[in-house]
Structures are given as C-alpha cells and as structure tokens.
Design a protein around this ligand. Structure first.
Ligand code: FES
Ligand code: FES
Length: 155
C-alpha cells in the first residue's frame, strides 16, 4: 500500500503497511539516517521529529497516521556546509559526546525557539524533558540552545 508523506518539504510516496513505524520509514525507506532508534518505547527522545512543527516520537508512531502532515527531521534543518544556527550553536558549545541523542534534541529545540524565541533556562529544561542523554552533556546542550536563542535562530 502506498502512503503519501511530506518530509522536509518534499512529497514522497512509500509502499509500506500503515502500521509501519514512522522511524522505520524515515531511516530504511527514505534513507534519512539522522533520526535514531533508542528505546522504541517513547521514553528516550532519540527518535524525535517534528510533525506539523510539534515534537513527536517516531519510533512507535504508525506511518499511516501522518499521511499528508509536514514531517521535519534533522536533515530538514541544515547541511554540514550550511548548518542551521541551532546546529552551529551545538558545534560551538561542543554540546555532545557520542552525539546519538542530538538529532532529537535539536529538532525539539527548534520547535521551542519557533514558538518562544527567547526561552528562559527553565523553559529550555522543561522543553527537553523528554530527552535522555546518556553521555551527560546536559549543561552544554542547554548552553547551546541559549546560544542559538541569543543569535536569533531563524525558522
Ligand atoms: S526510540 Fe523513540 S523514544 Fe526512544
Ligand atoms: S551525547 Fe551521547 S547520548 Fe547524548
């Protein structure tokens, strides 16, 4: 069965069962490997993507529920040559060790800055509450979001 999606502004059609996890479709059918599998149980945040601008887990989300909705992955923000200001801020703050958690955290931070361009430290912490970082780089992650906010990260 074909499911029509809008991913990073591009219309795509994938031949999968509607119950297939969105994360599986992104990684294995659309070759968007930036979004990662962690727990598979909506508990770690590594699989976070934006659906109509709202952070949503993709590991247990059935792709059949997101047809026609705007899905944004980390690949939709910037490129290595032209990083999004949030990505640049994470580089500048060296806000990561293994980096496994960062794609989910950065898209959630983007959603935060889109709705609140000048968040307080507490608001950043609250926004990232659904994300785990096993390397313990939380302090630098928060600093990176603060840096991006100060720089006026664009949508
Ligand atoms: S892999 Fe989806 S929340 Fe952990
Ligand atoms: S940087 Fe390793 S899990 Fe966050």
């Amino acid at each position: 069965m074909a499911i029509d999606l809008v991913v990073n502004g591009q219309r795509v059609s994938v031949a999968v069962e509607p119950t297939t996890p969105l994360l599986d479709v992104l990684r294995n059918h659309l070759d968007l490997k930036g979004t990662r599998y962690g727990c598979g149980l909506e508990q770690c945040g590594t699989c976070m993507v934006l659906i109509d601008g709202v952070p949503e887990y993709s590991c247990a989300r059935e792709v059949g529920t997101v047809g026609g909705r705007a899905i944004t992955t980390i690949e939709g923000l910037g490129t290595p040559d032209r990083p999004h200001p949030l990505q640049q801020a994470f580089i500048d703050e060296q806000a990561g060790q293994c980096g496994y958690c960062l794609s989910g955290i950065i898209v959630t931070a983007k959603a935060l800055l889109d709705r609140n361009p000048s968040p307080s430290r507490t608001q950043i912490i609250e926004a990232l509450d659904n994300h785990l970082c096993r390397c313990g780089t939380h302090t630098r992650i928060i600093a990176a979001v603060e840096r991006a906010a100060k720089a006026g990260a664009p949508a």
